[in-house]
Design a protein around this ligand. Sequence first.
Ligand code: NAD
Ligand code: NAG
Ligand code: NAG
Ligand code: NAG
Length: 345
Amino acid sequence: MNTKILNKRRSSAKIINYIICAMSEHVWFAHANVKVAVCGASGGIGQPLSLLLKGSPHVTELSLYDIVHTPGVAADLSHIETAAAVKGYNGPEQLKDALKGAEIVIIPAGVPRKPGMTRDDLFNTNASIVRDLAKACAEVCPKALIGIISNPVNSTVPIASEVLQKAGVYDPNRIFGVSTLDVVRANTFIAEAKNLDPTKVNVPVVGGHSGVTIIPLISQAKPSVEFSKDKLKALTERIQATGTEVVKAKAGAGSATLSMAYAGARFTFALCRALKGEPNIIECAYVRSNITEAKYFSTPLLIGPSGIQKNLGLGKLSDFESELLAAAIPELKKNIQKGEDFVNK
Ligand SMILES: NC(=O)c1ccc[n+]([C@@H]2O[C@H](COP(=O)([O-])OP(=O)(O)OC[C@H]3O[C@@H](n4cnc5c(N)ncnc54)[C@H](O)[C@@H]3O)[C@@H](O)[C@H]2O)c1
Ligand SMILES: *[C@@H]1O[C@H](CO)[C@@H](O)[C@H](O)[C@H]1NC(C)=O
Ligand SMILES: *[C@@H]1O[C@H](CO)[C@@H](O)[C@H](O)[C@H]1NC(C)=O
Ligand SMILES: *[C@@H]1O[C@H](CO)[C@@H](O)[C@H](O)[C@H]1NC(C)=O
């Protein structure tokens, strides 16, 4: 073909490409800057998470929201010599300002159990907090990618989803229950057991985010690893109960905060990189799903600038993992219903 025609074709392809980019909401270069809002920024998770985010070149603006202490946390973090501009917002009257322009919202807000609180009270407290934060997101930053850390994740994700749906701005590809800590723990324990470099191990963890619903797919670990049946069972049970291990070790001083902050930051950076147009961003998260009978379910996801690009599904399960899945589904369905009922009551 004549080079003149070829060049012409190339340049018209370029122009078309440019127009497509300009028309799409998610032009990659529009995301050279990423504003992240952390809701619950003064807490046990919120503070170290905000520290890690402030330390990263992925974040250009960091908005710290809580109902207490954010002026102090923000002043403190703002003196760190990194580019992210930090601002604190304190109390519900400042919530909307905190969320304005946020492309990513991470929610580690909650109220710990107080004496006399029943299980239902405990559920209702965090559920209301997540509901109200989701309402504000629906109004102020409906296109943001939202990562929910607040427990019970198995119900708070359905709660936020129902709220956004009622507001008419629900996009199931943009709401994530952060289950990264389960993956981080699985990677660490498998690496320990096989004497591998933990940074090179990747174990997908699927299902829900508590107890028997946490299903590490050790048969799909990379690099691939072999265990006896007993060892496999012990490792799986440890991964399912690691939260309790930390609560016991902290002896009344709370649950996992530092490892959760690490996991939350890892997940947030994945979202930032996806927003900037980096390809092949894959993370497990608990999302709206039609992979199983449970309406929300965690699996590996290919994440792009508009959130989930592709749900990568379960892959091939071992017999042991299939049994774990069968045990998890009825439990999960109950909890999802509880979250939906909470919003609809
Ligand atoms: N997803 C996970 O793997 C995982 C792991 C560990 C903990 N968690 C959950 O993360 C949440 C936070 O845990 P933590 O240890 O940091 O708790 P924490 O009590 O130390 O911190 C919670 C923070 O939320 C703030 N808060 C309360 N109400 C708020 C509201 N309406 N708006 C904004 N902020 C509000 C509190 O002031 C506090 O600063 C809990 O729900 C916990 O169960 C999740
Ligand atoms: C609600 O969040 C608090 C932390 O603020 C946590 O201690 C508590 O366990 C959470 N409640 C539930 C039901 O998970
Ligand atoms: C959902 O989470 C809550 C609190 O973390 C827990 O009590 C409940 O057992 C969980 N359900 C499932 C199915 O994981
Ligand atoms: C499952 O979900 C995906 C993504 O949300 C969607 O593209 C697909 O059509 C759904 N499949 C069914 C059977 O509903």
